[in-house]
Design a protein around this ligand. Sequence first.
Ligand code: FAD
Length: 377
Amino acid sequence: MDSEITIIGAGVIGLAIAERVTEEYKNVYMVEKHPVFGQETSSRNSEVIHAGIYYPQGSLKSKLCIEGKWLLYEYCRKYDIPFNNCGKLIVATSDQEINVIEGIRDNAIRNGVDDLEILNREQIARLEPNIFALKALFSPSTGVLDTHSLMKRFETNILNNGGSIAYGSEVTGVRAFDGGYEITLQDADRQSFCFTSRIVINSAGLTSDKISAMAGIADENLRIYFCKGEYFRINPPKNKLISRLVYPVPHHNMEGIGIHVTIDMGGGVKLGPDVTYLDGNICDYSVTPSKKEAFWKSASRFLPFLSPEDISPEMAGIRPKIQKPGDPIRDFYIMEENGRGLPGFINLIGMESPGLTSSIAIANYVMRLIRNSKIIG
Ligand SMILES: Cc1cc2nc3c(=O)[nH]c(=O)nc-3n(C[C@H](O)[C@H](O)[C@H](O)COP(=O)(O)OP(=O)(O)OC[C@H]3O[C@@H](n4cnc5c(N)ncnc54)[C@H](O)[C@@H]3O)c2cc1C
């Protein structure tokens, strides 16, 4: 066998997994179609370390997010990765929304997030004097981090642990045989070559459903729907008027958690992301300038100082959703596909938010799947 473990996809989740497995196993390969890591969803997100407030009780999203946030803070401290544990306010701007934030707090407590506090107007004004809110739910464990530095550290540790990373290598085929998998790659010059691996970890983000299909899994339930989120930035000097994350109350089916305010490590302040399902799963990262009015309207409910000319188009990311438009929230799909006759083939599909927050916890979870499979000693 050419390799023991192959990880497809060098986004933040694939890198976290590769770092973890190279601590215990030799002969680990990571393959990535782009020339460098993190060129897709992992560099097009809000960079928020989520507290784990909203997710359904008992779901992987809830468990891995809560476990992952503490692991991530610890990791950032250990390796000097820039982060800011700034906290987040979920703001109620009407009486109806006050009931909603109380419900959110109760769900969070059931999930084990017991540090949330409901603040009145005076308490809110002490934290964020420039926002409007009747009441707010304050989450002290929420924060932001520099995702690029995190991914760079994962990459460094993978290489120091003896792992290999093949950039510019696109997986075009996965064929199961007795005892392993034959993986076909195409390099930047369109040269194809094959190698074999005992275990394959599919962490291919937006195209993880395609990789799963290559291995022989035809399951409509695992089909990915591209769901775009666009951002506008708040231009200087108004970006200085906010120092924490500020979120409205979320939509009922959690397609997105509402146009919110996120700050980044460079002092930038973003509004977004919105939620638009894309037809035909095309990687369209354009930002629609005509959405300016809608973004401004949505945010000015709790940012009364904002005028339309204070915001400009910023960037977009695409969520790899396995829920169709309008369907209820789906959980992360993380599975060793032994039950489908593919022992040692581990699928990670639908790894949308809170995938970044959960990345280290996901890596530990995958490590347990590898051990339990007993395929390698
Ligand atoms: C708008 C938006 C906001 C978000 N905000 C947050 C947030 O604030 N906090 C949070 O915790 N999470 C957030 N997320 C979610 C988070 O960004 C993702 O969960 C995470 O980045 C997914 O990482 P990944 O490694 O699975 O995927 P990706 O980053 O997409 O990496 C997959 C990799 O696989 C590679 N690949 C694909 N196909 C092949 C192939 N055939 N051969 C070789 N390589 C291949 C790709 O090139 C890519 O590099 C957000 C997501 C979006 C879209």
